[in-house]
Design a protein around this ligand. Structure first.
Ligand code: PGA
Length: 888
């Protein structure tokens, strides 16, 4: 787009905008280019106050349907390129959010290296990729974007040509031209196998090379080799809560593709190591253990006879090739002629590699550092033979039905669902004490039961093939009682993964996700630890995990009550776990949007209550967040540094608040949460007509038609807000620029709170409250009541629409005003200039997209049948989501 009109100070945005302008002009024609430019500069003028804010852009009316589609595509690409440029400038990176700084800071606070080492000994940091459907972009689009990022990096180095001899700037323009001609919308629905494949590429291209390299850096910062404590995980192929397409076959596919990729990578590394480690035993001391490996290798080539490392590597390669073949059923890409036994486990492979490492580094010097061999050992320690630990996840209601059916068919209990909690627990414990199984190959079960049993059996197969690290946790959604957890043990038992008297091979993990369940969580866990064997098994395993759901608690109780309930639950759980002497591991189920727990992971982890992290944290990484954080090796390194640094700080820094301040702040927060809760529930659940207002005002129905995920948009046919999945709820409010889940109720609560000085103090000093307000502020800056009012115009019942929208708009202004007062600012984002510039420069580009979307929604809902209208709506949803970044 034209340089003159691009208001950004970011030179990369200017450069990429100019390239995109060239491409549009060349391939879309001069007229389209000029129209696009006109609309863009008019929006910018309006945003700068140079034109009447209420006037609708006249340029939009002039667009034909074809032009509209092209225009939306152009704006979407501009937003994507602008995001890329910003990411490069490090707008997203927080200062000090890396391990070296964290260690320095801890040392400065008198926290010794021993304390850090002790923490890391049992630490576990796990970003867990999920297939939650909020990524609107096709993989092909993301791949082009990443290629542009690489080329921009090359350009930074001053290179004028790519290694292939193409001028760098031309290569960038070429890539943008390809983007312009790539269809942004999927034609076909997405299958679980596609999701598995996408995740696999992140592991192959990013996690596998990046993590071992990061450890080398961390080793320098820490002054010693830390254990391999980062273990990326995945839900893809294992999370079947509300997704009937995830089956035992999905589980098998996810793990076998992971294994294939991981082991092929190790084989490549070994091949390269074989070339590198040309050390002759005549010129260096070689440990006898290496000689033994060399002798056992069956590599008798005369040319290598004095090269024990190479010979040992031939043997290791042969054994690993045999493992590859045993696990995948086919030969590796580069087979070997040596016949060998497969490794029994990744640990056995790592042990052989360590033998080489000890010998080659034995004399100290440059060969002692973590070179390629050290990186390979890291990779094997981290990714094993399975690549990513895959979690199982199902809804407690399904388990209840399945276990009920098994009990009934076995003649144990006719109507399990009719039992009260005590009756269920007694019955399940009895069953778990007996070695007899409930299921029979001859009984006739429902599809659901058959499928659940098959999943459990596939998990048992996976343990046998890839080892116990392949599946460690079984998440129980909507967990409300200990029987919900015991039901999982019953299913595990049917597959041989639970044997009476022994710890289950897979840990049952409760997911608490409504406000009431978060309040009940500590009591449920106390009861859980009171059951026979549970505490001992958790100690044996090293920890018990609890998962906390951010989105559903937000939908249930509003932003403030959700974050407060999560905080309170974490603290209360910490105390219950301490009483039981069991190490606690929290798993945070959060998405990208603030209404789903989004915002900076660094700040979020640091803001966790004292004593709730202790080196252990798992966090979901979902949808558009995955490409943003892990799209390129550089961004992945930045984000893995940030969560690791935050975990160190949250675990080891002394609390920043005195006990009395903490108590004062918490009392205030409890009151704020109560008021916000009432206000939020009053609007969302107790207002007549709210449901249809929401359905007509936002593109919720149209979002359900996007082909962005394998799972259906809703679990049930009901249109109650309670039954809606949290993702479309948050997503649709973002499109309409209301972003209600990120702020509603907060303004009322803050304004009604008497002691404003106390609120100011909390905003200054409390690591929990400051990011809570910071995220809220970002949401307010991205929402726009002027545009939202136009969406409200889509609602048929005008009277209800005016009344409900009036409440929302008043709430928004109230929230903004009180936020400014409490944070002592005269406008939003005054104190965060980086974010302020980014949002202020970008939001004008969203406005025309919103206006076009509203127009298209009107025509669509009025029954116009032209397929370009539906396509335009979907494109506009994509474009707005891309421009807002964390919308889903
Ligand atoms: P879920 O996730 O619908 O799978 O529970 C909710 C979310 O991540 O927002």
């Amino acid at each position: 787009m034209s340089e003159a009109h691009t208001i950004s100070q970011n030179p990369d945005i200017r450069f990429l905008g100019r390239m995109l302008g060239n491409v549009i002009r060349h391939y879309g024609g001069e007229t389209l280019y000029r129209r696009t430019e006109y609309i863009r500069s008019a929006s910018v003028d309006r945003a700068r106050g140079l034109a009447d804010a209420e006037s609708i852009d006249p340029g939009l009316d002039a667009l034909s349907l074809d032009d509209t589609l092209a225009f939306v595509r152009g704006f979407m690409l501009f937003s994507m390129l602008a995001n890329l440029a910003e990411d490069r400038q490090g707008v997203a990176a927080e200062p000090g959010a890396d391990v070296a700084h964290a260690v320095e800071r801890l040392r400065g606070e008198g926290i010794g290296d021993e304390a850090i080492a002790a923490l890391l000994k049992d630490a576990l940091i796990a970003p867990v990729l999920t297939a939650h459907p909020t990524e609107v972009r096709r993989k092909s689009v993301i791949d082009h974007r990443n290629r542009i990022a690489e080329l921009m990096q090359l350009r930074d180095t001053g290179a004028v040509e790519t290694p292939e001899g193409e001028p760098v700037e031309l290569a960038i323009e070429r890539q943008i031209a390809l983007l312009w001609q790539t269809r942004p919308l999927r034609r076909e629905r997405l299958y679980v196998a596609d999701e598995v494949e996408t995740a696999r590429t992140y592991f192959q291209d990013v996690f596998l090379p990046v993590l071992p390299a990061l450890y080398a850096r961390w080793e320098r910062a820490l002054g010693e080799r830390p254990p391999s404590f980062v273990r990326p995980g995945s839900w893809i192929g294992g999370d079947r809560d509300g997704n009937p397409f995830v089956t035992a076959d999905s589980l098998r596919l996810a793990l076998s593709r992971g294994a294939e990729t991981a082991i092929a990578h190790y084989l490549d590394c070994l091949h390269a190591l074989g070339a590198e480690l040309s050390v002759s035993s005549g010129l260096a001391d070689v440990e006898p253990a290496v000689i033994a490996l060399a002798e056992a290798s069956h590599d008798e080539a005369a040319a290598r006879i004095d090269e024990p490392y190479r010979r040992a590597i031939s043997g290791i390669y042969a054994r690993l090739s045999a493992s590859f073949e045993a696990l995948t059923g086919h030969a590796p890409p580069r087979p070997t002629r040596i016949v060998a036994d497969p490794y029994s486990s990744p640990e056995a492979l790592a042990a052989d590699l360590r033998v080489l490492g000890r010998s080659i580094g034995g004399a100290g010097g440059p060969l002692a550092g973590p070179g390629p061999l050290g990186r390979l050992i890291r990779a094997v320690e981290t990714f094993g033979f399975h690549m990513a630990t895959l979690d199982l996840r199902q809804n407690s209601a399904v388990h209840e039905r399945v276990v009920g059916e098994l009990l009934a068919r076995a003649g144990v209990e006719a109507v399990y669902a009719a039992l009260d909690e005590a009756g269920r627990v007694a019955l399940l414990l009895r069953e778990l004490g007996s070695a007899r199984l409930l299921s029979s190959p001859f009984a006739d079960y429902s599809d659901e039961t058959r499928s659940e049993l098959e999943i459990a059996r596939a998990a048992a197969e996976a343990h046998a093939r890839y080892g116990p690290a392949s599946i460690r946790a079984y998440i129980v959604s909507m967990c409300k009682s200990v029987s919900d957890l015991l039901e999982v043990h019953i299913l595990l038992k049917e597959a041989g993964l639970f044997v009476p008297g022994k710890p289950p091979a897979i840990m049952a993990v409760p997911l608490f996700e409504t406000i009431a369940d978060l309040e009940a969580a500590p009591f449920i866990m106390r009861d859980w630890f009171g059951l026979p064997g549970i505490v001992e098994w958790a100690r044996e395993r090293g920890r018990q995990e609890v998962m906390l759901g951010y989105s559903d608690s937000n939908k249930d109780g509003g932003y403030l009550t959700s974050v407060w309930s999560l905080y309170r639950a974490s603290e209360a759980l910490r105390d219950i776990f301490a009483e039981a002497s069991v190490a606690m591991q929290l798993f945070h189920g959060r998405g990208g949007a603030v209404g789903r727990g989004g915002g900076s992971s660094f700040a979020a982890i640091r803001g966790q209550p004292t004593g709730t992290v202790q080196g252990c944290i798992r966090i979901t990484e979902q949808g558009e967040v995955i490409a943003a954080k892990y799209g390129t090796p550089e961004s992945a390194a930045t984000n893995l540094e940030a969560i690791t640094a935050a975990t160190l700080l949250a675990s080891l820094e002394p609390p920043s608040l005195s006990g009395s301040d903490k108590a004062r702040f918490e009392d205030a927060m409890a009151e704020l949460s109560r008021t916000a809760f009432q206000d939020y529930r009053g609007l969302v659940y107790e207002t007549d007509g709210f449901r249809s207002f929401f359905r007509q005002m936002t593109p919720i129905a149209e979002i359900a038609t996007l082909k962005i995920g394998s799972r259906p948009a809703s679990r049930t046919k009901s249109d109650a807000i309670e039954d809606l999945r949290a993702i479309p709820w948050v997503f649709s409010w973002a499109q309409a620029r209301v972003m209600l889940p990120g702020w509603y109720g907060v303004g009322h609560a803050l304004a009604a709170f008497g002691d404003k000085a106390l609120l100011r103090e909390m905003a200054e000093a409390w690591p929990f409250f400051a990011p809570t307000l910071g995220n809220l502020e970002m949401v307010l800056a991205k929402s726009d009541m002027g545009i939202a009012a136009r969406y409200a115009g889509l609602v048929e019942d005008r009277q209800t629409a005016d009344a409900i929208f009036g409440r929302i708009r008043d709430g928004w202004y109230r929230t903004r005003d009180i936020l400014l007062e409490v944070t002592d600012q005269s406008r939003l984002l005054e104190k965060t200039p980086g974010l302020d510039t980014s949002i202020r420069l970008r939001m004008p580009y969203v406005e025309p997209l919103n206006l076009l979307q509203i127009e298209l929604l009107k025509r669509h809902r009025a029954g116009e049948a032209d397929p370009r209208i539906a396509e335009g709506i979907q494109l506009s949803i994509n474009a707005i989501a891309t421009a807002l970044r964390n919308s889903g």
